[in-house]
Design a protein around this ligand. Sequence first.
Ligand SMILES: [Zn+2]
Ligand SMILES: [Zn+2]
Length: 365
Amino acid sequence: MPQTKKEKKQRFQTVRKGMGIVLSILFLTIAWMLPVYAEGEQLSIEFLDVGQGNAVLLESQGHYVLIDGGDRETSSFVVSYLQDKGIDTFDYVVASHYDSDHLAGLIGVLHQFGVNQLLTPDYVSDTQLYQSFCETASEYDVGQIHPFQEEIYNFGTATMEILGPVYYGHSDENEDSICIRIKNGETSFLICGDIGEETETELVHTGVNLKADVYLLNHHGSNTSNTQEFLDAVQPSYAVISCGKENSYGHPGSDTMARLSALEIPVYRTDIQGTIRVESDGVNLIWEQDPCNDFTPGTAEENNLSENTDESVQTEYVLNINSMKFHFPSCSAAQRINAENRQDYTGDRETLIAQGYSPCGICNP
Ligand SMILES: [Zn+2]
Ligand SMILES: [Zn+2]
């Protein structure tokens, strides 16, 4: 039966009335939720599983910060992880120091994302990786600030307070790592790169507030860091260790693990649990998983291997900085590159790929 005009109108009015109620409920719900969201403190922290290295992603109310980017081997993982989050621009990207297990992944990040500000330690490194990091930063006009003790940087509802280093210019570059205490409401997090006993002692003695609910162990849990005195100053409720499975450094160290165990501090480990996520609402910490509380130290003997040791193969390539292809110097296509687009490069192909270059299809470098 076809509806009459009147029936149609009545039906329309009923639908409109129903819609009106739904809309007002929706409006009231949103109005009720909005101020809570706008005023509520929110911070999520993810300790990415980058094997032997550090990479920590922080997000507060849509503002993103990245502290370190892991080593070369995981740089494409880091980039795609961040892309999956839908990140466009970082408020801050921090290089705690210039060792490759912290720095290498940041080059890919500079190529793929907007970065408003780089925070870097005030020393120069003689590695090719460092040079290529600085070149990439200036290519995208990203400025570097060397932060100093007591400076504060804000993002969303969270703040980053720079605790150290107390000064730049230690003989061991690890000791110049930027040390950050992140605060969101009443919750706090401590991330200090690879500082060792020297800077730990200096921090304790300058009297800065090191207390933190969550402490990312210095230098991947090494025995040369994480002194009893430092742990007593931090008084962490939770410890997070970022290190590689069966790494050659013996991280985390046996002394460190014995100290954590004696203090009965719950432990999270990326080598055992993968990426670790925690959320702060300003008061509570909501962990995605339970701590593993595995206090087993790394197996290798703590040795004198420097993390700086560059074991990757150094090869000569020719780059086309316009087409972003790389070639062997002998390649016929390499001979035809315009002088203004051509650049000679010595290094390893992973670094080039992390920078966004792809191998030439003719010479297959
Ligand atoms: Zn490291
Ligand atoms: Zn280091």
